[in-house]
Every structure is written in C-alpha cells, then in structure tokens.
Design a binder for this molecule. Structure first.
Ligand SMILES: [Zn+2]
Length: 76
C-alpha cells in the first residue's frame, strides 16, 4: 500500500495508470479517507510536506465527521 497524502495512512493504492504503459501518470485512491489524487498534480497536492495543513486529515476520527449530503428518506 501507498501512504495517503491527506490522512497519512498506508491504505492508498494505484487505481489507474497511463493506458499506453508509459508510466506518464497514475491515479491513487485512499481506502481510509477516500481521497484521490493524480501523480501529475503539483507538489502542494502530492507532497505531504508541501500540502496545506488545513486540508490534512491525519489523526481525525472519520466516523465523527458529518455527512455533507445526507440521503433523504425513501418515498413509500
Ligand atoms: Zn487517506
């Protein structure tokens, strides 16, 4: 597993690669916090040290986060 750049858990993985096999880009997804990022994004996205700390989620209890889009009850 790969370290997630947002929550720092080693629960990220490669979910897509350049189809021509060139290795030009990869897409990652974290199975812990659901964050996704591309290898071609700038350092302030892909480098843990350069990321804006306001957007980090390391040490957060994800089960305590509110759902921004609650699902309404089903209609009968
Ligand atoms: Zn994560």
């Amino acid at each position: 597993m790969i370290q997630c750049v947002r929550c720092l858990e080693f629960k990220a993985r490669v979910v897509a690669t350049a189809p021509d096999g060139s290795g030009a880009w990869e897409i990652y997804k974290c199975d812990h916090c659901n964050y996704g990022w591309r290898s071609t994004e700038p350092d302030n996205i892909t480098d843990v040290v350069k990321r804006d700390p306001r957007f980090q989620m390391d040490g957060q209890d994800l089960s305590q986060l509110l759902s921004p889009c609650a699902i309404p009850p089903l209609k009968p």
